[in-house]
Design a protein around this ligand. Structure first.
Ligand SMILES: [Cu+2]
Length: 141
């Protein structure tokens, strides 16, 4: 490359970018693609910096589940939203958050599944009784 300084400058810009504070989602509870036995009572988003949760929608089979987002809450890196009682299903979470530092909005989606509790009927059936001895042939020679 005949202009190595250009490459270095570009790399510097890329590396400097995150320092200006887009709230990046680090992890969630439940985690993305989690398969849960028990419905979660709340949803937590862990950001890399203070964030204000602006939108959080929860859908299952295209149906919207109302979730109360406290938009008056102070900015903080960990945002927890209480959830209503959730049925078994695959849930899609769509969120958007504002970084008070620079006013930038970041957003994303992830999903998790509630498989339901392991019920008694789901436990393995007892082993089948041994097969009865072969019946004598109905006809004799
Ligand atoms: Cu930003």
């Amino acid at each position: 490359m005949d202009k190595p300084w250009l490459l270095a400058a570009a790399a510097g810009i890329i590396l400097a970018g995150p320092a200006f504070g887009h709230a990046k989602l680090r992890s969630t509870v439940p985690a993305a693609d989690a398969q849960l036995q028990v419905a979660p009572k709340s949803l937590t988003l862990n950001f890399n910096e203070d964030a204000l949760l602006a939108v959080l929608t929860l859908t299952v089979d295209g149906k919207n589940i109302p979730v109360a987002v406290d938009r008056s809450a102070p900015a903080r890196p960990q945002v927890t939203v209480p959830l209503p009682a959730l049925a078994v299903g695959k849930y899609q979470v769509r969120w958007s958050a504002l970084s008070p530092d620079d006013g930038h909005v970041s957003k994303g989606t992830f999903s998790f599944a509630i498989l339901g509790p392991v019920t008694a009927s789901a436990t393995p059936a007892p082993p089948a009784p041994p097969a009865p001895p072969a019946a004598p042939a109905a006809t004799s020679r």
